[in-house]
Design a protein around this ligand. Structure first.
Ligand SMILES: [Zn+2]
Length: 583
């Protein structure tokens, strides 16, 4: 036992040592190679990319390449560092005196930069060709630290090189970026990742099934470090071949096939079956949150292959899964898929915040089973067109009697008729000029109503809209004929509120003159005119023929639709959206 080497985690053991080891970053390697060959090595590099794509590893390889002297001690800068010379070995072990690694996350201040870099750049490298500063998470530096660094970056001594790494390139000042050669390290493609994992497993003498490697690759989301760590865990589970089931259990995932089953049940609207499947998966240890996340992933995947069927050719997807996915993409309308997606996003939020995750997941699944049930508006229109005889024309049905005055509703505008605007009356001209200016904002009675709305006095607003028939109006002076239902002190309260809000005296007087309809009456008349117009439409008549008890709940004009469409372009999920509303 004593001669057995200490266990080393795979992510470290298989950390790339040369550019040849760096998988999936061919473009960067080629560019670097050309630069080194032409002896045009940049003064500063910046590596960006998600975590685990090899930014700091690449930085070290570049540092080795710049300082390598080859096995015989006579080599120059190279993209194929020998790995055996004193510099290569020291850099690999992180103990080279001229290669200074800093983590900006813990050295954000200007003083750190002064002490570690600015004060030392003028000294020559102790033993190597170049003095190299590797700064990880460089975006974390403070503004003044960046400024201090910038001076050195502008005129660096020839023996100094900088290699920066960051996950947040947008937070790095442009002045710094413009002085660096930039490399975007890509997420590693699934094929490449599976190949890498297979090689590591083979050299570890571990057996692992291909579908297990596919699961690890998917979970790692393009990060080689994460993938290698997961592989490490997976093959340490025990002797014999590591199966997909073991990896699934390790990752807390449900069987992908069963996720597809659940997805299928939901979209067929089979609520009871879906609930049973959900509780079975839960009983077998799947996390409710993970189940919903899987459903969201399937929804996304099916949507993508609906648009680009080639996307199904993903090596992390098994052949059986692929066939099912393609069939679903064919069968499901995009509308259903995007609804499903929206609802799942909302459900994930609910599950995350619910004291009982499983309960919230069950409610979400019940709600989701209604998604597919709902006919789309297109389907409904199509069914109606196919099913009903041609409409007999407006007036052919039995329209409800129009409300009183309905015939003239088109002519009625929302503006109360008798308005006198402008300070033309004798009392207004007597008022001080200042007051007249202030009151000029309230040229019409509607402006007064808007003022009430602006102050969110809902009670007063409702009372004014339903209880006052306007007889005459000028700013500061309102004559009304209250309805029988209006509160006795309404006019007095209105005057007091207006005075408080505007700072001007408002006279609100009561007369017996008939006056205009109340705002509420005007609105009702307008709505019923709209409804009559809508009812006369042949398609709507067809709907009533098919559903005699139907009610017109809401009428949207072209303008409303445009406004809705503009709203739809916002990326947010509609908080209020609920399939039951459409029932
Ligand atoms: Zn070397």
């Amino acid at each position: 036992m004593s001669d057995q080497p200490a266990y080393q985690v795979l992510a470290r053991k298989y950390r790339p040592e040369t550019f040849a080891d760096l998988v999936g970053q061919d473009a960067m390697v080629r560019t670097l190679k050309n630069a080194f060959d032409a002896d045009r090595i940049a003064q500063a590099f910046i590596m960006t990319g998600i975590r685990g794509t090899g930014k700091t590893t690449t930085a070290r390889i570049i540092a080795k390449g710049m300082n390598c002297i080859g096995p015989d001690g006579n080599g120059g800068p190279t993209t194929e560092p020998c790995g055996v010379c004193e510099h290569c070995t020291a850099i690999m072990q992180g103990r080279h005196v001229d290669v200074i690694e800093m983590d900006a996350a813990s050295n954000t201040g200007v003083q750190n930069i002064r002490d570690a870099i600015i004060e030392t750049v003028s000294y020559r490298a102790v033993s190597a060709r170049y003095k190299i500063f590797i700064i990880d998470e460089v975006h974390m530096l403070s503004k003044s630290a960046f400024n201090a660094l910038l001076k050195t970056l502008e005129e660096p001594p020839a023996h100094v090189k900088f290699i920066f790494a960051t996950t947040e390139i947008r937070q790095v000042p442009v002045t710094v970026l413009s002085r660096c050669q930039r490399f975007d390290l890509r997420r590693i493609e699934p094929e490449v990742m599976i190949g890498l994992l297979r090689r590591i497993a083979a050299s570890e003498g571990a057996e692992i099934a291909d579908d297990a490697l596919a699961l690890i690759t998917r979970a790692a989301e393009g990060s080689a470090r994460d993938a290698t760590s997961l592989l490490d865990q997976a093959i340490s589970h025990g002797a014999g071949e590591t199966t997909a089931d073991q990896v699934r259990a390790m990752l807390g995932l449900a069987d992908r096939g069963r996720v597809l089953d659940l997805f299928d049940m939901i979209l067929r609207g089979h609520a009871a079956e879906a609930m049973l499947e959900l509780s079975n998966q839960y009983a077998e240890g799947a996390d409710p949150m993970a189940i919903l996340r899987d459903l969201a992933e399937v929804t996304h995947w099916v949507s993508v292959i609906k648009i680009t069927p080639e996307a199904a050719e993903d090596p992390t997807v098994g052949p059986d899964e692929r066939t099912r996915g393609l069939a679903m993409a064919e069968a499901l309308p995009m509308r259903v898929l995007s609804r499903m997606w929206q609802m799942l996003l909302k459900a994930l939020e609910e599950v995350a915040h619910s004291p009982n995750a499983m309960m919230a997941a069950e409610m979400a699944v019940i709600r989701l089973t209604h998604v597919a049930d709902l006919p789309t508006p297109e389907d409904l229109v199509k069914k109606l067109k196919d099913a009903t005889p041609p409409p007999s024309g407006p007036g052919g049905g039995a329209p409800r009697p129009a409300p009183a005055g309905g015939g003239a509703t088109h002519a009625v505008s929302r503006t109360p008729a008798p308005t006198h605007s402008g300070p033309s009356g004798p009392s207004a001209s007597a008022a001080p000029q200042l007051a007249a200016d202030a009151l000029a904002h309230y040229a019409r009675f509607e402006d007064v109503v808007d003022l009430i709305r602006h102050h969110r006095d809902v009670k007063l607003l409702v009372e004014v809209e339903t209880g006052l028939r306007l007889v005459a109006y000028q700013p500061g002076r309102i004559e009304v004929n209250p309805t029988a239902d209006a509160a006795a002190d309404l006019t007095q309260r209105l005057g007091a509120r207006l005075q408080a809000w505007t700072g001007n005296r408002w006279a609100v007087t009561v007369t017996n003159a008939p006056g205009a309809p109340t705002i509420a009456e005007l609105r009702d008349a307008e709505d019923s005119a709209r409804e009559q117009e809508a009812r006369a439409h042949p398609l709507v008549q067809a709907v009533f023929a098919a559903f005699p008890n139907a009610k017109i709940a809401n009428i949207k004009t072209e303008a409303d639709r445009l406004a809705d469409a503009a709203g739809d372009m916002l990326p947010e999920v509609d908080e209020e959206w609920d399939p039951f509303d459409d029932d």
